[in-house]
Structure formats: structure tokens, C-alpha cells
Design a protein around this ligand. Sequence first.
Ligand code: ADP
Ligand code: ASP
Ligand code: MG
Length: 404
Amino acid sequence: MKVLKFGGTSVGRPERMKSIASLIKDGEPKIVVLSALSGTTNALVSISEDLFGRYQKNALEKVAQLEEHYRVFVETLFSTEKALKQSKAILAKQFELIRDIAEKPNFTGKEERVLLAQGELLSTQIFQTYLEEIAYPSVLLGALDFMKIDSDGEPVLEYIEEKLQKLLAQNADCQTFITQGYICLNPRGEIDNLKRGGSDYTASLVGAAARASEVQIWTDIDGMHNNDPRIVPNTKPVAELSFEEAAELAYFGAKILHPATIHPAKLYNIPVRLLNTMQPEAHGTIIANVLSHTENPIKSIAAKDNIIAIKIKSTRMLLAYGFLRKVFEIFEKYKTPIDMITTSEVAVSLTIDNPSALSTIIRELEYFGTVEIDKEQSIVCVVGDLVAENKGVVNPSCIAQRAF
Ligand code: ADP
Ligand code: ASP
Ligand code: MG
């Protein structure tokens, strides 16, 4: 069993949806995880922002625009009356729900999460209808029937595994399953999500739960590049990465992968392949339990912006034990992960990227000493064979060459 995830641009146009249908039609057992059509989740976020700000008229105009986009999409995709009628019924149902939410006077986080789920619910139903139109047998599994997060927003892998295995067993004669990326239920039984870009994470969780032989992330580029192609010209794909290397790059800003994607795959040693829907024959990147070496010791560079650096200076730390624990407990209390840390005898510097509890954290840290904050910082992550234990003498002529 393989898991294939197709991102927004891979399903964002009718002709692309047709090409991914041809890609999956090889009779091999697979679970296909789909994102929303490109632009949809952004549109739903923007509608939610209007509703939070009580700009209901604006929100309803955006809903109408989105519905029109989908009407044109299905009219281009389908050629039979039956499939067209079926897909229009899907649109009518989902957009009625969206409009109901937008018209309600009280818009809260709960309604927002239901809205954000509509993109994946739409794309999977449209794709399933397309597979029916071309008479390719497949079963649509609702992600809300097996994907679950706990009260910390972490996926509950045992639950996912149990539910998914049951659903697969109930459809044992089927080879192709379709499901939604990104969406899940929370412990209150409400619709929730795995955060932006979360369909990659769904794919690796599904891969782990189904003990898949491979997870493929199909996107609009031929693998993990050696730098961010949105910023640096002439970047190149990296053929092989270890789980650790890929996890570091994803966590520190390589947008091609949701930061948590690698963890479930690594747990069961499932290779993750990054592939390009527009260039399916390209090698892409294979992420596995490898100790790969390249000629260039630097394999790839990623950067994460909007980082907040916090420096705590305290003489209380001098010769004291338990100081760092007390500092970390404050971050734990406000569910704020720390990315990097450096300490000396009188200062601790660390970085966070989630500012939501910053003012409270600062207030509590000030109990220990003076606190300095630097906002809008960046973390640059360099991944490669940079063996820390390397010893040697730097060639001065090399330095001179570089300096000039
Ligand atoms: P999808 O919609 O398929 O999930 P994403 O937009 O989330 O696609 O991820 C693919 C994009 O990630 C690429 O188009 C590219 O601009 C961006 N990206 C950022 N850093 C890298 C990198 N190091 N290698 C490849 N792509 C990267
Ligand atoms: N549709 C969601 C998003 O745009 C999830 C995903 O595409 O991975 O963030
Ligand atoms: Mg993505």
C-alpha cells in the first residue's frame, strides 16, 4: 500500500485533476490524500477574517466568487450530464453550509474551523465523482471518520490506526481510496485541522497508520531544493535526504513540507518521496533512513522568518541549579515551543515563533532578571555533512580568496 498526497496546485485546475487521475490509475493499492484546490483555503481564511470583523457583506461576496470558481471548474472537468449534475449537487450542499455559517450572527473559532474544512471536502468529492465518471473504482473515506487530534493539537496515532484499519478492512476489495488532507476531529468531537499545509502531515499519519511502503508528496516542484526557490535563483533538487535532515529543513522554513510530516514516517521507517505532478518522470527527493553523502557538504539551506529572540540576563543563574527548568516551565505553561537556545553563566537566549502569549511570558520571566526582546529575526538552517567533530586547520589562502 502506498500513500499519495496531491497538493493544491496539483488539483487546482481541471486538466491537472485529470492528470492525477491518470497517475493513480495503475491498479496498485493506494490511499490518495487531497488538499483543497489552490487558493481555496486562503479564500476561506479571508472569509473568516471578514466574519470575525463583522464584515458580513464582504464575506458573502467572497463566498459567491468562490462558488462561481467551482461552478466553472466542474463545468470544465466533467463531460457527462450525470457527473455534472452530481457535482453541482455537491457544490450546492457545501456552499449552502458555508453560507449558513456566514449568515449566522455569532462567528467563533468553532465556525471558522468548519469553514476551513470545506476546501478538502469539496476537492475530494469532486475527484471521487471524476473517478466515477471515468469508471475507475475507488472509495471515498471521510477523514473525519479516522483523523483525530488531542487537546494539545497532536494527532492520536493509535486512534487513527484503529479507525483507518477498520475502514480499509470494510472495503477489502477496493484498491484505491481517496481521503481529505488537513482536516480532523478534536477531542470535543468538532471539526478541526492540522494547521496550514497540514495535508502533508495527514499523508504521513495515514502512511504510518496503514504501515504503507511509501508516502509520496506530489507538488509543483521536483523535490526539496538546495535553497528556497521563491527567493534564491537557480536552485536544484537534492536527490536524497535522511529523515533528520528533511525534518530540520521542514521545521526551519522549507515550505514544501509541513514541519511535522517526517515524524510519523520515521517512526515506521517509511520512505517519503517528493515528486512533481507537472514532471512525473523527474527523480525528485527521496527521504529515508539513509546516511547520504554529496560532493558539496552543504545539502540545503532553509530560513524561518518572524522569529522572536528573548534574552534573559540574571545573576541568580550564577552557580544555581534548577534555573533553566523554571524558565522552560513558563514556556510550557503557555504552550510556546522554543526553537533554539544558547546559555552562558549569566544569560539565556532563546527563540520562539509563536507570539500569542509573549507579553505574559515576558512578565513571568522578569521575575528572574532583565528581559530583552528582538522581534523580526530569522533562523537560517544549513543542513549537510557538517560534522561537528571535524578538526583541522583552515587554509588561510582559502579565506583570502573568499574575502576578495
Ligand atoms: P502544495 O500546495 O503542493 O502543498 P506548497 O506550496 O505547500 O505545495 O509547497 C511547494 C512550494 O514550496 C514550492 O512551490 C516552493 O516554492 C516552496 N519551497 C520553499 N522552500 C523549498 C525548497 N527548499 N525546496 C522546494 N520547494 C520549496
Ligand atoms: N488546504 C490546506 C492549506 O492550504 C492544507 C494543505 O494544502 O496542505 O493549508
Ligand atoms: Mg503544502
